[in-house]
Unconditional design. Structure first.
Length: 231
């Protein structure tokens, strides 16, 4: 479970990214973070990953206050997480297989485990037949599938996605969302920051809306906008 308790985040330039934000995300939930650009969505994900830390309040993961972690402890926290970005962030000089393999090498997985696991995950995202290709030889949707495979290859309990469909056409975006849905159905908690109104409206997941650093809506089975058409 992820829990934010009266979380405040103010940057050195005085920008208030979050103000007294409190919510809980249970294990296995699928949550959309919505709101205007600069509202605080990405700050939420960065605090969960401890890429940044709070200026007030607490963030708990499975009951442990991760705001108190030392720099040496943060990499172990991140082993529980997979991350998918809008711009894919693939290694251009490595093949599809090697991009996914790299995520396992980082945590010290054995060569035997890598040889077993990587083909399985590439098959799950429908790219086993393109394992030897480089990212530049793939479409945008295929590159995002590689990024997703890399994010889940170490079996994370939490998958964080920041605008994962932002660079994709609507058809490809829904195909990627189907993969997220399948991953979530296997028990992985998903937190996704997005501006994709159509996707949020179709999927009817929990929606947490952030505006000017405040949580202004938390709705199960919600849409991108509330009943008054506000966001």
């Amino acid at each position: 479970m992820i829990e934010f308790v009266d979380v405040n985040k103010t940057y050195e330039n005085g920008t208030v990214a979050l103000a007294s934000a409190s919510f809980k995300i249970e294990n296995g939930e699928f949550v959309f973070l919505v709101g205007p650009s600069g509202a605080g969505k990405t700050t939420v994900t960065k605090l969960v990953m401890r890429e940044e830390n709070v200026t007030g309040g607490h963030v708990y993961l499975d009951g442990n206050d991760i705001t108190l972690l030392t720099q040496k402890e943060i990499p172990y926290l991140r082993r529980k997480m997979g991350v998918v970005f809008q711009d894919f962030r693939l290694l251009d000089d490595r093949t599809v297989y090697e991009n996914v393999e790299f995520a396992m090498q980082i945590i010290g997985a054995s060569r035997r485990d890598i040889r077993r696991r990587v083909p399985v995950v590439l098959n799950e995202v429908g790219l086993n037949y393109k394992a030897k290709m480089l990212p530049r030889q793939l479409s945008g949707g295929e590159q995002q599938r590689v990024a997703l495979a890399r994010a889940i290859v170490n079996r994370p309990s939490i998958l964080i996605a920041d605008e994962p469909t932002g660079n994709l056409n609507p058809k490809t975006a829904m195909e990627i969302m189907d993969l997220f849905e399948r991953i979530n159905s296997m028990g992985t908690t998903i937190i996704m920051a997005t501006h994709a109104k159509d996707i949020v409206d179709i999927m009817h997941k929990r929606v947490i809306e952030v505006e000017d650093g405040a949580i202004v809506r938390d709705e199960q089975g919600g849409a991108y906008t509330n009943v008054d058409g506000q966001i």
